[in-house]
Design a protein around this ligand. Sequence first.
Ligand SMILES: Cc1cc2nc3c(=O)[nH]c(=O)nc-3n(C[C@H](O)[C@H](O)[C@H](O)COP(=O)(O)O)c2cc1C
Length: 381
Amino acid sequence: MSVLFAPLDVGDFTIANRIGMSAMARNRADATRVPNHIMKKYYLQRALGGAGLIVTEATSISPHGSLYDRTPGIWSMEQVAGWKRITNVVHLAGSKIYCQLWHAGRLANSEGPLAGPFLPEQGKAVFLIFQSLSNTELRLTFKTHLQPTEIQDPAVFVDLYRDAARNAKLAGFDGVERELLHAANGFLVDQFLDSTSNVRTDKWGGSIENRARFGLEVLKALVEVFGSNVSVKVTPGRGYNDMKMPLEEDTVETFNYLLSEADKLRLSYITLSRYIPDLEDHKIGAGSSTTHDVLSAYTKLITNAKIFLDGGVTPKEAEELVKAGKVDGVFFGMSWLTHPDLAKRIRHGKRTENTAVIAHLYGDANVEPYLGYTDYPSVTY
Ligand SMILES: Cc1cc2nc3c(=O)[nH]c(=O)nc-3n(C[C@H](O)[C@H](O)[C@H](O)COP(=O)(O)O)c2cc1C
């Protein structure tokens, strides 16, 4: 049997295989950001399709942290109840599920209830609206945000992450993943980390230690709630949303420090996400990718947490990397999106030939939500 199907201890749980499903925003929640029936179906399909570990789409920790329309939240009890229905069925199907906690920071949507304050603006803060034009065309409209203002006390936002983790626990999640992502996608934690977006002169800005402080404090708050069932995903090579930290002077050193410190917190796993050229299409601001080999740069720093690789991984590469002991597991993103039964397909040597309906990646209020969401076919086994 393929090494990909050997069980793996991750935090307090054992996952059935090494095949995870990456966080993917799909914009199908209710208008009040409550997870709904169609989302339950979508996650259940993938749990039944054999995903060892599912990470939810980015889920807002507070009403002022959301960016796109109809992405879910986890600050209200209605949202907790919606997620509970999803974690229940995922568990019944034999998978584990982590909630990816998210605050968009200076990118948050000005049309929502904005309760700032945000970091001082360096780049252009904008809001993306997705609209399906046809089966193959997706229109992105950019809307300018309100001028972000400085966060007076970042510790307040650390508390928001802690509260969201408590809600995630109530909702039955097995753990929480913190997005960090230099810079898929330049969100709040990343805005603190990046040497170009963070212009603070207090203990939350300046040196590497200070810029990493917010992210590490958030991780500690999550560990208070979830113990070792906490993870972090980093994307040191991806320029996005106007993150511009240069590779040589800053990126590698910053991530060396951050990952070494994060690993001391006894996290369940750390995901190293690679640079993906396709995701550059949505990039806002000047080109800022810092492409480098994240496995050779960072795995040596991670001795406690399990290591997962994400970003353009193929089943063949996954098999080789796990067999060689270079990673413990892998995440697939787009392949899960188009194949609800991806892990089963890999196990049974079936083809992975479905292609994505690009127009429906992020839904559209005027289009049936199931299109390009729960209608991708499984094979018959
Ligand atoms: C439609 C879509 C939505 C995404 N949303 C998120 C997200 O909410 N959080 C996140 O960390 N990454 C997000 N990503 C990135 C994926 O988690 C993953 O890192 C990326 O797709 C690379 O994996 P792949 O090459 O296997 O698709 C998204 C990707 C796609 C295609």
